[in-house]
Design a protein around this ligand. Structure first.
Ligand SMILES: [Zn+2]
Length: 374
């Protein structure tokens, strides 16, 4: 455990969305995944029903909640893994870096790239692929809808990834034709990304002070739930995007059945790092308030939250269980066959709009006068 975690300070806040002080405790949980000491609380705002961490870490000590080795900040994470194709398909942990395929030109019509792998495993070999419909079935079963990677709309299209970690998605953006840059808080991750030749600002989006209406797209995978002031951050993103620019991001889905069933053992509470828990309806309202339109919310097709939550329940009764430990680690190293076996259930939940994670896209709308003034 990091020594830094000993100095985390918490502060009581009003609802970060509506400023009401009227809240009621929802769950209290320790940091199951990284062992930051203490018990932390999620409360529900009574007027607007938003779920958020309260008290939460002060802005000065927020970075201390991220111990060394935290998923997205791990250097060369992908290189440490065996080259299983699904490692490029699934969000490996609530916040782990999102690896993406190497061939963005294979992007599907829905903007979500299908499974690809440079090493072409046997089950995608030419002879197996010749079986009618098998390739399509494979792509359908392994498409978790966990991210969006559109082709660049032009030769000078500019994109930014907020919370880019070590830069795996930035690399994929470059391969898709984007001129891109990243913003990342953690020095070690920035160093790793820069070693790969990527342009990354160390700090917050606000500290990057980017010029108004200059970006064609912004991406933020598993980031919004970490931001202290989501409204202000969305407004800053809106300012930086060009009119019609794309915003794409992912968040856990607090509007599904999972938190109600798993309660304090829901895998993605992830306190004290997750400060907000959004529902689809609240996301739509936030985005519209910030000036976005054409909001589309896709329920991801994976059961990794459920696997992690079952592991946490199992550990409650059998703290030393090896099976529970294996299950808890499974979302970090999901296997292909496990994913294929779970795919029908994951797809079913997504169809019922009960997926545990959401992928959201929206377009930046700016009034004509603002466009002229910028
Ligand atoms: Zn509220």
């Amino acid at each position: 455990m990091s020594e830094h975690t000993k100095t985390i300070e918490l502060e009581q806040i009003a609802c970060p969305l509506c400023a009401s002080p009227d809240t009621r405790r929802y769950v209290s949980v320790p940091d199951f995944l990284h062992g930051v000491p203490g018990h932390f609380h999620v409360v529900r705002c009574q007027p607007c029903r938003h779920l958020f961490m309260n008290p939460r870490p002060t802005l000065e000590t927020l970075s201390m909640c991220y111990p060394g080795g935290y998923g997205p900040h791990r250097p060369a994470q992908a290189a440490e893994r065996p080259p299983s194709p699904d490692s490029s398909r699934i969000t490996p942990s609530p916040d782990a870096a999102i690896a993406v395929p190497d061939s963005p030109q294979d992007s599907g019509t829905d903007g979500v790239p299908p499974a690809t792998d440079a090493s072409t495993p046997w089950y995608l070999s030419r002879s197996v692929r010749a079986i009618p419909g098998l390739k399509q079935l494979y792509y359908w079963l392994t498409d978790t809808k966990s991210h969006v990677l559109p082709a660049a709309p032009g030769p000078n299209a500019k994109a930014l990834e907020l919370g880019c970690g070590t830069g795996q998605f930035l690399t994929a953006l470059q391969n898709a034709g984007w001129t891109c840059q990243g913003v990342e808080l953690v020095s070690a991750a920035v160093d790793e990304a820069c070693r790969s030749g990527l342009s990354v600002h160390e700090g917050t989006l606000e500290s990057a002070a980017l010029p108004t209406a200059t970006l064609d797209a912004m991406f933020a995978w598993a980031v919004l739930e970490h931001l202290p002031d989501v409204r202000a951050s969305l407004q800053e993103i809106h300012r930086i995007l060009k009119p019609g620019g794309l915003l794409a991001f992912s968040v856990p889905n607090a509007g599904c059945w999972e938190p109600m069933i798993f309660r304090d053992r829901w895998y993605v509470w992830e306190l004290p790092r997750h400060l907000h828990f959004f529902t689809p309806a609240r996301l739509r309202r936030l985005l519209h308030d910030a000036g976005f339109e054409k909001v589309e919310i896709v329920h991801q097709r994976n059961l990794l939250n459920i696997v992690g939550s079952v592991a946490l329940w199992w550990q409650r009764f059998f703290p030393r269980s090896r099976v529970a430990a294996w299950l808890l680690d499974y979302p970090n190293h999901p296997g292909l066959w496990g994913q294929l076996a779970m795919a029908p259930f994951a797809i079913g939940l997504a169809v019922l709009r009960q997926g545990g994670r959401l992928t959201v896209t929206a377009r930046c709308h700016k009034p004509q006068t603002e466009e002229l003034g910028s």
